[in-house]
Design a protein around this ligand. Sequence first.
Ligand SMILES: [Zn+2]
Length: 247
Amino acid sequence: MGRPHRVLAAGLVPALLLLAAPLQAATPPCRAAMATRAIAETPSTPAATAAAAPATGEDYRQLLRPTGFGWPRLDHWCVWVEPAATGGAGQRWDALWLGAVERALGQWQQDLAITRVEDPAAAQVRILRRRPPLLREPNGRTRASHGRAQLALVAVDRGAGWILEPQVLVQISPGQRPEATEANALHELGHAFGLWGHSDDPADAMAAVPGARPVLELSGRDRATLRWLYQQPTNFGQPLPAAPASR
Ligand SMILES: [Zn+2]
C-alpha cells in the first residue's frame, strides 16, 4: 500500500525543488540598516582567522590580507554611488565622473552580484565624489592620491538580527580626466570587493604601481584572484559569531 505513495512522493520532490530553485537563486534585497555598530578587528575565536594563501603564479592571492574575521567578501553587494548634480555649473563634470565610475563598476559586475541602491543606509559600499584627504605616513610625510578605499568591520541589523559586514567608503576625486577616474575607480572598487592587497604586475587593475597606460579592464590575473577569493569560506554576511562589542 505504501509503495505507490512513495513513488508519487519521489516524483513530486524534484518538481517541488525545481519550483523552489528560482526563488532561492533570486538576489536578496538590499535593506537599510536599522542599527550599525563598529566592531574591533580581533576575532572572537581563533578559528575565524583566515591563513595567508600560498602563491600559485596564476594570480596574486598571496598578496591579499584577510581581516581578523577572515576574508571580507559578500555573496551579494549593495552599492551606493553619489548622484550627479541635477543642475548648475557642476552638472557636466559630475556626469563625466559618474559615467566613469559606472563603467568601472560594470567591470566588477561581470563577476560579482552587485545591486545599485538609492539609499546609502542600504549599502555596504559607498562611493563618494570627493578628493581623499592627505594621508600621513609613519615617517611624517604626507601623500596625496585621487582614490582611496577604507574598510570598517561592522555589525549591522537590517531587520533580521546582527550580521557581520564589511563596510567600505570609497573616495574618488572629481576633476580628473574620465580615463583616470575610471582606472582609479576600478582599482579602489577591487579593494572594496575584498581584494585588500596589491598586484606586482602593472597590467593588473590592482597593481601597486600603475603603468603608463590606465587599466580600464580587469586582467585575467585580477579575475583569477577574485575567483579564488570568492571560493574561500567567510564569516561575512553571516550572523555574528558572538554578541557585538558594546562600546
Ligand atoms: Zn590600492
